[in-house]
Design a protein. Structure first.
Length: 245
């Protein structure tokens, strides 16, 4: 007896189930791309420039962190006099959109950071005034955290092609004959936009922080879940930093 061979009939899934499977595949694909991006980050580099520039009475220095011909900050030493007073002031004047780490008060003062302090998105950058000496008829006043310090760091936030980068400038500041004198001895910046840098850091650390792998649940839920996961990681980093402080 001959048996005819007929092609098997292909079962067709209901449209609703097929649509859900397609959405799952798209979500998994998006998540896979996100995880790949985390596993293969953009190559980071810190560009360090040694320097030795004195900023004396009435002088200034145009600081171009990434050497693109654009002045990112102007370190300037100004002075003013009246019939009975004299004032000398060292400040960091940022270009539009840039800023120096510090705090606000009567004047926007810049912080004199110690070696290893982190400079990044969790910080504030309103600082301008570094050190001032005010000589009056009855007394001499010193103002600012940069008065008579050696090898401290100015935390910097600046833009490269519209993207925020972080860097530092190392200075020593002395008051000589009631005049502020600053000496710039080096500066550096992080080439990856948005990535923090440590004061005094001149190359990428070998022990950079590891990113915890995403769970299968994040994978199934797709790119939106990965965004929430990244936000949680940043929040935990912020909390650890301030708890330690």
């Amino acid at each position: 007896m001959k048996h005819s061979i007929r092609p098997r009939k292909t079962d067709t899934l209901p449209e609703s189930i097929q649509r859900q499977l397609n959405m799952y595949a798209l979500a998994a694909s998006a998540a896979g791309v996100g995880i790949l991006a985390l596993a293969l980050p953009a190559e980071a580099e810190i560009v360090y420039t040694p320097a030795h520039h004195k900023i004396t009475h009435g002088g200034s220095f145009k600081l171009d962190l990434n050497h693109d011909g654009i002045t990112d900050f102007t370190l300037i030493n100004t002075f003013s006099t009246t019939t009975s007073t004299f004032r000398s002031n060292l400040s960091a004047r940022p270009a539009a959109g840039n800023g120096a780490e510090g705090w606000t008060g009567f004047r926007p003062y810049a912080s004199a950071l110690k070696l290893g302090a982190e400079i990044g998105p969790a910080d504030y950058f309103p600082g301008k005034q570094m050190a001032s000496v005010n000589v009056g008829p009855a007394a001499v006043y010193y103002v600012g955290s940069w008065v008579n310090v050696k090898n401290r760091y100015l935390g910097l936030r600046f833009k490269i092609k519209g993207k925020i980068h972080y860097g530092w400038a190392r200075l020593s500041v002395q008051v000589q004959n009631h005049t502020v004198v600053g000496t710039l001895t080096g500066y550096a910046y992080e080439t990856v936009a948005g990535k923090p840098i440590k004061a005094g850091q001149t190359k990428e650390d070998d022990d950079t922080a590891t990113i915890q792998p995403a769970s299968l649940g994040h994978l199934a839920r797709g790119a939106s879940a990965l965004s929430a996961w990244r936000g949680k990681e940043r929040l935990e980093t912020f909390r650890r930093k301030h708890d330690a402080a």
